[in-house]
Design a protein around this ligand. Structure first.
Ligand code: SER
Length: 349
C-alpha cells in the first residue's frame, strides 16, 4: 500500500467512527514556553485536556508533523545511524476529549491494525503500565483485561514508568499508556528468541508502532499529579514505521516515504544506496533532515543562532556535514531536493 493511501486509510477509519479530521498544527510552537517544537500530536490539544478551553468536538483524528530534537523527547543523534528514528515524523492520532476511553481506544486500534491494515496478530504485543507507588498510580488492570480479549496473556507485557507513563514534558497532561509493538523479524529469529523478550530492548525489528495514552493527570511543577477534569485519549502511531511494516520493508528508509529522496541524493552524488554503510548513513541523514528543515522553515522557523532557530541550524549543519564528508558534495545541494519533497508531501500538507 502506498504511504499516501496508508495515511488516508487511517483518517477514513476514524472519520467512520465519528471523529472530526483536523489539520496538523505547525511543527513550530510559538505560544507555549515549555516547548520549542511540536513533539507529539497532543500538543495542539493541551489546553483542551487541561480544561482551559472548551472542547470544540468530542473526538478528532489527524496526522501531526512532529520534531523530536530537543527537550524531553530528543532522537537527533540516532537519526541516520538506525533505520527507524527521525527528526521530523508524522504521528497519526485519534483523540477523545472526555468522550470514549480505554475500551474503544484499544478496540479500534486492534480493528484498524488487524482488520483494515491486515497486520499479523501473532507478531503483535501490547504493553500496559505496571503502576507507580511514588505517584500513587496503580497497575493498569483495566487496560490489561481489555487486551486479553484480543491477545494471549504472553503477548501482554507490564512496563515501567519510563515506557508506560507518557508525559509531554516536565509539566503538563500525562497518564498511563499502552504501547503496541510489532515483531518484524524472520521466522527463524522468532523461533530462537520470542518477541516478548525483545520488546523495548532497542531492536530495530521489534518496534513500537502505536502508543495509546490514557490522559488522566496534569503533572504540576512540584512533581505532583492532579487529576484532569475528564479522562481523555491521546494516541500516536508512527506513520513511517507503519509504512515500513505494510510495505514489507525492514527500514523506514526503504519505504516510498524516503526512497524517492534517497534515489535523488544517490543520482546527484553518483553513489549507490546500499553499497557502502557510511554513504548510506549520510543519505539517510540528508533525507531525514531535508524534511525537518523544510517543514520548520515553512512553519515559521528559519535557521538562526539562538533558541529554536539554532536547533534548526544544527540540523541543517548536520545534513551538510554528512553530505560534504561522505557524499562528495562541495556546493549547496539540499535545496535541489526540495521540489521532489513538495511533490511528495504537498498534497497532505
Ligand atoms: N502522546 C503520545 C506520544 O507522543 C501518544 O500520542 O507517544
Amino acid at each position: 500500500m502506498e504511504s499516501n493511501k496508508i495515511r488516508q486509510a487511517f483518517l477514513d477509519f476514524f472519520a467512520g467512527k465519528d471523529h472530526v479530521i483536523v489539520p496538523s498544527a505547525p511543527m513550530v510552537v510559538k505560544n507555549d514556553p515549555t516547548l520549542m517544537f511540536t513533539n507529539a500530536g497532543m500538543n495542539q490539544f493541551k489546553d483542551i485536556f487541561l480544561g482551559n478551553i472548551p472542547r470544540p468536538y468530542p473526538r478528532a483524528a489527524d496526522t501531526q508533523k512532529c520534531l523530536r530534537v530537543s527537550g524531553k523527547h530528543n532522537d537527533l543523534e540516532e537519526v541516520g545511524h538506525d533505520t527507524y528514528h527521525h527528526t521530523m515524523f508524522e504521528m497519526l492520532g485519534n483523540w477523545s476529549f472526555g468522550d470514549y476511553f480505554k475500551k474503544e481506544a484499544i478496540g479500534w486500534a486492534w480493528e484498524l491494525l488487524t482488520g483494515v491494515y491486515g497486520l499479523d496478530k501473532s507478531r503483535m504485543y501490547a504493553t500496559v503500565f505496571e503502576g507507580s507507588p511514588e505517584d500513587g498510580v496503580p497497575f493498569d488492570q483495566e487496560a490489561y483485561d481489555i487486551w486479553l480479549q484480543y491477545l494471549p496473556a504472553d503477548h501482554i507485557i507490564r512496563g515501567n514508568k519510563h515506557d508506560n507513563f507518557w508525559e509531554m514534558g516536565d509539566v503538563g497532561p500525562c497518564g498511563p499508556c499502552s504501547e503496541i509493538h510489532y515483531d518484524l523479524r524472520d521466522e527463524s529469529e522468532i523461533a530462537a528468541v520470542p518477541g516478548r523478550e525483545m520488546v523495548n530492548q532497542g531492536s530495530p525489528l521489534v518496534i513500537e508502532i502505536w502508543n495509546l495514552v490514557f490522559m488522566q493527570f496534569n503533572r504540576k511543577a512540584n512533581g505532583s499529579l492532579e487529576p484532569l477534569a475528564a479522562n481523555c485519549i491521546d494516541t500516536g502511531m508512527g506513520f513511517e514505521r507503519l509504512c515500513m511494516i505494510l510495505q514489507g520493508k525492514k527500514s523506514n528508509y526503504d519505504t516510498d516515504v524516503f526512497q524517492p529522496t534517497i534515489q535523488r541524493i544517490a543520482a546527484m552524488s553518483g553513489k549507490t544506496y546500499g553499497a557502502d554503510e557510511k554513504c548510506d548513513v549520510a543519505m539517510r541523514v540528508v533525507a531525514d533532515h531535508l524534511r525537518a528543515i523544510s517543514f520548520s522553515i515553512a512553519d515559521g522557523q528559519l535557521p538562526s543562532n539562538v533558541k529554536a532557530g539554532y536547533v534548526i541550524r544544527r540540523i541543517l549543519r548536520r545534513a551538510v556535514r554528512y553530505g560534504y564528508t561522505y557524499l562528495s558534495f562541495n556546493e549547496p545541494f539540499i535545496c535541489r531536493l526540495m521540489a521532489g519533497l513538495v511533490d511528495q508531501m504537498g498534497g497532505q500538507f
